[in-house]
Design a binder for this molecule. Structure first.
Ligand SMILES: [Zn+2]
Length: 102
């Protein structure tokens, strides 16, 4: 038990020494993240408002847009992550890779 602890000690030390993300860095990252989602608009009065960079319709259109998967299927973009985990996709990818080998 003690041996394990000793083995872990340098790792734990390393972890503690890792520099913390500074407040500024965190703010910058948060800002970048928001920039992608929101548009800053300066009104005529000088007031700054935020607006979604994409409208709901645009997002929906983007999601339902048909795209070709690497397996050859045509599917909605929003469905890609689900499709990639599907049996159909894995089977097709397996067939493609085995065809490439032969
Ligand atoms: Zn696929």
């Amino acid at each position: 038990m003690d041996e394990i602890k000793e083995g872990l000690a340098p790792l734990i030390k390393q972890r503690k020494q890792r520099p913390k993300m500074s407040e500024e860095e965190r703010k910058r990252r948060k800002n970048e993240c928001e920039k992608r989602r929101y548009r800053r608009i300066v009104e005529a009065t000088g007031k700054v408002v935020r607006e979604r960079a994409r409208t709901a319709e645009e997002t929906k259109a983007w999601r339902t847009e048909r795209v070709a998967c690497e397996c050859g299927c045509i599917i909605a973009r929003g469905n890609l992550p689900v499709h990639r985990r599907s049996k159909k996709h894995q089977q097709l990818m397996f067939e493609i890779s085995s065809r490439a080998e032969s």
